[in-house]
Every structure is written in C-alpha cells, then in structure tokens.
Design a protein around this ligand. Structure first.
Ligand code: GLU
Length: 544
C-alpha cells in the first residue's frame, strides 16, 4: 500500500507549534517512503471554525515550506474536496448506509434530558454512558411535531477495542468504556469522530500521525471502521510538547502570563481586585471581555496580547506567527521542531530538510513528552542566519518585515537592508534582535552609557583623540569602509595608540554605548553626514 499521511487541522485558531510538529512529521514520513502528504481542513464545528483561521493555517504552512501534495490549492481527482464542510453528501451517504444496516440510529434526547441522565450517573459515581432508547412511531412523530431534531448515534461495539499504536504499542479500551457516540449532530454536520474516519478512508490515508491528545479518540474511530467493515489505517500518536517547567505547552499559556501580569499590576496600584475597568480602558477591550478574561471564562489571545502590550510583558511564543514576528527563519524553526520527540539517530542537530528525510524513522519517535526550549531554538536560528547566503537572508528579512511593521527597517530598500544584514549576519540570533542591535543607526544617542563615556571619552585623552579622528574623517574624499579603515589604522600608527583607543571613543560617540559592529563598517553604513554630525554632537556634549 502506498504511504499517504495527512495533516488535518481544525480552523478554530491559529497554527501552533504542536500542529507544526505534526504536519512536519507527516510530511517527513511521506517523503521518506516516496508517499504523499495531504492537507485537510476539519471545519465541521460550525460555531468555532472560521475562514480566517483556515486561511491563516494555509499561510503559515506555506511560510514554513511544508508543502502538501493534495489539499486546498492542490486538488487531486478523487480525494477532494479538502474542506469537510464541502463533503456533507459523502458523510450522509455513509450515515444512510449505517442506519440501514442497524449500526447507527437516530436519537431524540434534548440537552436537558441528557444532562439529567448525566447527573444520575455522577450521583451514583458511574461513568456516563448513553442509554439506547426504543421509541415507537407515535413518540417520534410527537418529538418531531415539538420541533426536536434527531442526532445520529453509532451503535458501539460490545467488545474491547485495541489500538496498535506504532509509537506507544497496544492501547486498549474495554467494552464498558465504549459509548454510542454521536456521528451526526442536530445541525446536520458530522462530528469530528465520524468525518475523520470517512475522510481518512476515502482519501486513502495509510498512517494517521497526530498528537497524543487524540489517542483515546482512536477507539471511537475503530468502532466506526468496524461498523463499516473497512480496514483502518495505521496509527501513531506523538508525545506532548511541554514547557520548561513540564506543564503542557498550550496557547492558554499566553492568557496565563497576561493574567498574572494584570494581577500584579492590580496589587501595585492597590486597586479593587474585581475592578478591571482601568485595564479595559487602557487596552481598548470592553469591560465585559476583560472581566471574563480575568475570571478565566475565556483565554482570548487578542485580550492577552492587548494586556501584554500595555503592561509591557513578553508572552510565550507558541503560534507560528509569534516566531515569524520574532524574526525566526522557517528552516530553523522546522529543524528545531524535528528534534522535539525525534532524533536522527546520531548527534546531528543542525540538519537541513533533505537530511531529515533521509534519516526519518518512525521508530525513533519518543514515547515521552518533549521539552520546548526557546533558547535552543534561538541558538539554532542564529546558526541558520550565519549559514544562509545573503540573498536568501534578504528575502527572509523581507518576509519578516511583512509582519513587523514597527521594525526600523520597514520601508528600507532591499539593497540597503542587505548591507545591514551582511554586517550583522554573524552577530544576531533573530531579525528582532537585529532591530534592537541596529537601532542606533536610526536614532541618535540621547542617553549615554555613563561608564563608557567616562572610560573612553573623559579618561585617557579620548575626547582629544576624537577631535583628531573627526578631522581626519572629514577630510576623506571618499566615504568607503576601506578608506575609513585605512585612515583609522593610520591614526593609530601615527599616534602610537592601539586601534581600540580609536574605535572605542568613536563607538561611544556614534552609538552612546561601547558596542557596535566593526567600526569602519559602522561608519560607512551610517554615512558621512550623519557620522560627522554625531561626532560633533558628542564632542560638544561631553566637552569639559
Ligand atoms: N482536527 C483535529 C485537530 O485539529 C485533528 C484530527 C486528527 O488528526 O485526527 O485537532
């Protein structure tokens, strides 16, 4: 059987690291075995799915370079459409078949009736299991007349079911744990459990590779395969991704961080712990939204981000867009994600995609949770920035600017950005770091590092030397890095001082600090007028 894997996100939010890793492993597995990788959008939850989220997921996957062979925009005869909401006829045909064979039945219970049954089960400390009801035609007619719409439930098998997981081994659910799950909701849409089975089968998926949170759903899916007498695919469930403190990494971590910051701020301002109107006003959110957020009624990322922006706290990076806005390269993120729960079998860490494919082996996926280490990712990103060629780096930087409108480089022509990138390539881990490191090019120093001023300008004849340097630079016929370097070397030699005694006063004058890239490159990039103006300003500001 040919290898076919699929990534099947629900468009209820943005793509996050867990999803990226699933998609990546599916793609690696397909590539390694000469198979195909499918993308399917699972939008049967009408209340929570949005078109915007679906588009965002496609955009993020494309940015990451995770190309699907079949899916939206890559239609293949016989397997599409790839949005579940467009496949209702297919699901209904199978449901009719199950109803006719007695493997499924209509159930007419209201939410209130089900709640009452659940309450009885929980009072008796029993797991709730749906009780099949035998209804006569008159009762059904009466329900219908009263406006009830039935759901369809699967008649669950009455025996134990075993998942033979490729990573975790055998996982059993006993007969008494299996419930008559709903397969078609009252709104006419299939449930996730049903649609996933029909689609995996109809799309010829050979291996379902997904997160461990779906492991205990798999028995439900096997029950459906059995009712249909279809052979199920293979299954492999990936270990969870954890934060450094071993808690499960989740988008909710953003809400958690913002909530804690808001509470601290409330304590500091000695405010009424229940009154969040000040924060609503400051963030432009409604009072209801904020009160609900603080009471943990919702974890809205928009609210969390608004609070974080106002209180100036850094939120954990979890969604793909966080990394893109943080100035990461997609190749580095992909490389890092590949090592979350998998290894190539040797100590290679920086390995490009084709090497990952060559080394891919499902049996080397760990059973236990993988820890997300943001520092290691930043290190890896720095390694990628160092090794790519300047053209590629400039293109990647352009893609960063598309989502980082407040970067000082926004609007700068690519040619000039390329010069900055050349200068900083060996020194930065992310493009966001470049924004900070290079900020002095865009704004003149207004505050001065007092220690640096003392050491390099006031002591050791720094200011006097700076005046000489300025005169020598001002006399240069051509403002190029080479000519500047020759001039500075010449000054060091003729005054019998070390190059540092020339470079450091210059750095302080130009940047307000003792740090910058190579001083001649820095001067060249800053330009003649701006450099000389800054030297003049420094000389008059610090003159004794
Ligand atoms: N749509 C499911 C989700 O987003 C994934 C289902 C699956 O991979 O089977 O979690």
């Amino acid at each position: 059987m040919s290898v076919r894997t699929r990534f099947a996100p629900s468009p209820t939010g943005s793509l996050h690291v867990g999803g990226v890793r699933t998609a990546l492993f599916c793609l690696l597995h397909a590539r390694r075995h000469g198979g195909r990788f499918l993308l399917r959008i699972e939008d049967t939850d009408r209340a929570r799915s949005t078109e915007e989220a679906a588009e965002g997921i496609l955009r993020d996957l494309r940015w990451l370079g995770l190309r699907w062979d079949e899916g939206p925009g890559a239609e293949q005869a016989g397997t599409g459409p790839y949005f579940q909401a467009q496949r209702l006829d297919l699901y209904n045909a199978v449901i009719d078949q199950l109803l006719a064979s007695g493997h499924a039945y209509e159930a007419w219970d209201t939410h209130a009736e089900l709640d009452a049954e659940r309450a009885i089960a929980s009072a008796a400390k029993l797991n709730f299991r749906y009780v099949r009801k035998v209804l006569d035609a008159d009762t059904i007619a009466a329900y219908r007349a009263a406006g009830r719409t039935p759901v369809v439930r699967l008649a669950a098998p009455r025996h134990d079911l075993h998942v033979e997981d490729e990573i975790l081994g055998q996982v059993t659910q006993t007969a008494d744990e299996l419930d008559d799950i709903v397969i078609r909701k009252a709104d006419g849409f299939p449930t996730y459990h049903f649609a996933v089975v029909i689609d995996d089968y109809k799309m010829g998926v050979s291996l379902v590779l997904r997160g461990q949170e779906h492991l205990m759903n798999t028995h439900k899916h096997l029950g459906i395969y059995e009712a249909l007498n279809w052979a199920p695919p293979k299954y492999a469930h990936l270990p969870l991704i954890a934060n450094p403190d071993n808690t499960k990494m989740s988008k909710r971590d953003k809400a958690k961080t913002s909530r804690e910051a808001a509470r601290r701020a409330q304590v500091e301002r000695k405010g009424d712990p229940k009154d969040w109107s000040w924060l609503a006003e400051a963030t432009g959110r409604t009072v209801d939204d904020l009160a609900g957020f603080m009471a943990k009624q919702h974890d809205s990322i928009a609210t969390a981000e608004a609070i974080a922006a106002f209180l100036k706290v850094k939120l954990p990076m979890i969604e793909v867009m966080d990394f893109r806005k943080g100035g990461y390269l997609p190749e580095a993120l992909i490389n890092y994600m590949a090592l979350l729960g998998w290894s190539p079998g040797d100590d290679r860490e920086v390995l490009p995609f084709d090497q990952m494919v060559a080394a891919w082996d499902l049996t080397r996926v760990n059973k236990t949770q993988a820890k997300f280490d943001a520092e290691k990712l930043a290190w890896m990103n720095g390694e990628y920035i160092k090794k790519v060629d300047l053209d590629t780096l400039t293109v990647a930087h352009t893609s960063y600017l598309d989502v980082a409108p407040t970067s000082p480089f926004a609007g700068m022509p690519a040619e000039r950005r390329r010069a900055f990138l050349a200068l900083y390539q060996p020194r930065i881990a992310t493009f966001a770091e470049l924004d900070e490191a290079a900020r002095f090019f865009f704004v003149r120093p207004s505050t001065w590092d007092a220690k640096a001023v003392q050491k390099h300008l006031l002591a050791d004849g720094g200011l006097e030397r700076l005046a000489l340097i300025r005169d020598a630079l001002a006399a240069l016929p051509e403002w190029s890095a080479t000519d500047i370097q020759l001039t500075l070397d010449g000054l060091a030699a003729s005054h019998d001082v070390k190059l540092g005694q020339i470079a450091q006063p210059l750095r302080v004058a130009l940047t307000g600090t003792a740090v910058s890239p190579q001083i001649h490159d820095t001067l060249a990039l800053l330009g003649r007028t701006e450099s000389l103006d800054r030297l003049k300003a420094a000389l008059s500001t610090h003159a004794r």
